[in-house]
Design a protein around this ligand. Structure first.
Ligand code: GLY
Length: 325
């Protein structure tokens, strides 16, 4: 059995490409890298790669990670600027015995020496989003930059992959929160928080408010639960519900938490504490499909396939002109 699962609708085109590799008996490392690169290259994704939204200093700082579930090799970059495909740099770093997580200038120097493609990741469209947000805040605050709130909505692309030989991988990529502080790092490059993969137990990836996801080491928790025999769906629901409850009890509120998981049999699951979390699945037996997930009162999640209308509206919203600047 082979398969892939990814967070948000934006994963679809990448997962279609990844599946082409997997169905030809390709490996889970190549499939996941191709898939995430596809998302990084599409300029209309507001929170991943080229065209994603900048920090409060109008710089696109990106986080990405890669994990090999056979060897437990991990590579990650954080707060890296001006490189086209952070996930490829993370994968390259995963082959290093030490120094496998690099940040900012250190990550950029490594990427440059290794010949990765440099690119100005700040697009005119992203600048318009930034200027619009600054304008919206003028007059409401003492200084607009102090009061800027993170963009909520689309977030990290996190993917998991199982190949025909049973190897599992996980990878993530994001520009993090819109208007974040320079140097802020979220959960996405952190092993156990934004992702985890163990070919013997399964793999998981998280998306949402990084600061809260880190409090639960939630991706590792899902893999741990699968290792105890839970189905990926049960493991995701249990992990989301426990963290959501704990955060509300101790801190009075919980940020957005959404999860996807897959086990070595290609069974998959997803859970969320928000309304209508989209995710994408493909397996040997199932064509690439976008699902919308909803959490019920009792904490269980239900999902349905996204309608044609939903898919069309999504793309129109993504590519709509930015007014009000
Ligand atoms: N989940 C992405 C971030 O908080 O940066």
């Amino acid at each position: 059995m082979w398969g892939m699962i990814g967070t948000w609708r934006m994963a679809l085109e990448g997962i279609i490409e990844g599946a082409k590799i997997l169905e030809k008996k390709g490996n889970a490392g190549d499939a996941i890298e191709i898939a995430i690169r596809q998302v990084e290259d599409f300029p209309y994704n507001k929170s991943v790669g080229y065209g994603s939204l900048p920090n409060e200093e109008m710089e696109v700082e990106m986080d990405a990670a890669y994990m090999d579930g056979d060897t437990l090799d991990i590579g990650a970059v954080a707060a890296i600027k001006d490189f086209a495909n952070p996930v490829a740099i993370a994968r390259r770093l995963s082959r290093e015995k030490v120094n496998s997580m690099l940040v900012a200038e250190g990550a950029e120097k490594f990427a440059h020496k290794e010949g990765f493609e440099r690119k100005n990741m700040l697009t005119d469209r992203a600048k318009l989003h930034y200027q619009k947000r600054v304008k919206e805040l003028v007059g409401q605050t003492q200084t607009p930059l102090q009061e800027m709130k993170p963009y909520s909505g689309h977030d990290t692309v996190g993917m998991l992959c199982l190949d025909i030989k049973g190897k599992m991988t996980a990878a993530t990529s994001t520009s993090g929160l819109f208007m974040k502080k320079k140097g802020r790092v979220g959960d996405s490059p952190l092993s156990g928080s934004g992702f985890y993969a163990d070919s013997q137990k399964g793999a998981a990836s998280a998306t949402g408010l990084g600061e809260d996801l880190m409090r639960g080491c939630i991706s590792y928790e899902v893999v741990r639960l699968m290792g105890q025999g839970l189905h990926p769906q049960q493991a995701c629901e249990m992990a989301v519900n426990c963290l959501d409850k704990e955060l509300k009890k101790r801190r009075g509120e919980a940020g957005d938490i959404s999860l996807v998981a897959m086990n070595p049999q290609g069974e998959w699951g997803a859970a969320t504490n928000i309304e209508g979390f989209p995710f994408v699945v493909v397996t040997e037996e199932q064509k690439p499909t976008v699902y919308l997930l909803t959490r019920k009162e009792d904490g269980h999640c239900t999902y349905e396939e996204a309608s044609e209308k939903w898919m069309k509206d999504y793309m129109q919203r993504r590519m709509a002109p930015i007014n009000g600047v």
